[in-house]
Design a binder for this molecule. Sequence first.
Ligand SMILES: CC(=O)SCCNC(=O)CCNC(=O)[C@H](O)C(C)(C)COP(=O)(O)OP(=O)(O)OC[C@H]1O[C@@H](n2cnc3c(N)ncnc32)[C@H](O)[C@@H]1OP(=O)(O)O
Ligand SMILES: O=C([O-])CC(=O)C(=O)O
Length: 374
Amino acid sequence: MSDKKLTGAGLRGQSAGETKLCTVGKSGSGLTYCGYDIADLADNATFEEVAYLLFNGELPNEGQLAAYKEQLMQMRDLPHALKSVLQLIPADAHPMDVMRTGASFLGNLEPETDFSQQQMASNRLLAAFPAIMCYWYRFSHDGVEIECTTDEDSLGGHFLKLLNGKTPSEQHRRVMDVSLILYAEHEFNASTFTARVCASTLSDMFSCVTGAIGSLRGPLHGGANEAAMDMIQKFTSPADAKEKMAGMLARKEKIMGFGHAIYRESDPRNVIIKKWSEKLAQENGDTSLYDISVACEEFMWDSKKLFCNADFFHASAYYFMGIPTKLFTPIFVCSRLTGWAAHVMEQRDNNRIIRPSADYTGSEPRKVTPIATR
Ligand SMILES: CC(=O)SCCNC(=O)CCNC(=O)[C@H](O)C(C)(C)COP(=O)(O)OP(=O)(O)OC[C@H]1O[C@@H](n2cnc3c(N)ncnc32)[C@H](O)[C@@H]1OP(=O)(O)O
Ligand SMILES: O=C([O-])CC(=O)C(=O)O
């Protein structure tokens, strides 16, 4: 991918605005949040510290972090009306549609009526998303009406406890934390750009986030982690993976979890989540899915110089933690909400409606002929 063209369709390579929040594909590992390298954050911070950083531009001190976590914990429960709506959504619905409805319906119940409420609205969505996902999942799949609050003080731990009904291990809490950090922000990606376009019309936070969820849902963006899981589960061994992937490439099929719109040779998030996937495989005592994933990575690089993006090893990591595949992309929502909301606030701070031009390729001017003669 070193000859990747950063020009052409899809607005590739064109600047669509300014941001202080994130760099992608630039110096160092190529990814920083407010100046902090992603590897440094993944090693030395928690997701709540990163959320605070994106919202405030600085990492919190101990007191600020404790207060922020306490605030989020108090905002986790869902209104009765939202639970009733979630109960109506069938088990075979796409969980990203559940997240989209959840965000949108919460916006009906607790609307952002003034931009002075933007931080409150963002924190509310951040705190409520794990419960929106798990309340629907457990009700529709197991017939259980779960409590939407837990004593877990991290968002990752809270999610795992809501999902499984038991206290997660320290390692699983940490992997969730790292995963949420890696997914939190990525400059002008498709879903964030959707949120910014919506914000530029001076719309409300819930509308911006609802639109962004729709963009993240697609398999070329956030939906790739689920698609990668579906693929690797069909491979029986590393050799089988290589043979089947060769067939997919020959048929010109896209292989989900590989390639990137901006990075040319690697996605700095991959090495981090890959390491955690390996640790989890060892903890599980069965490394076969990890070994298959490594074979996919080798094959794609050797045959197409395509590299794993953030999504690929997330698939096996989540699988090893027992997370159902259909919840992979909704977890991405729980994290990326921070990036979306921070971008909405940044757009509002210095707004001009986003309205690019188009190159017209249609008919020359012509007259309407009477319908009887057409
Ligand atoms: C967190 C995230 O959202 S990361 C992205 C998640 N998405 C995926 O994993 C989906 C699979 N990947 C892709 O579809 C693409 O790589 C994208 C959407 C991420 C980037 O798209 P683009 O910037 O248009 O890709 P790019 O210009 O690098 O493509 C170059 C060539 O490689 C091919 N290619 C790129 N990715 C893949 C892939 N995953 N599998 C097979 N071929 C691919 C393209 O088809 C293109 O071939 P061509 O020149 O014969 O037309
Ligand atoms: O930046 C992109 O185009 C996609 C991506 O990796 C992300 O949103 O995390």
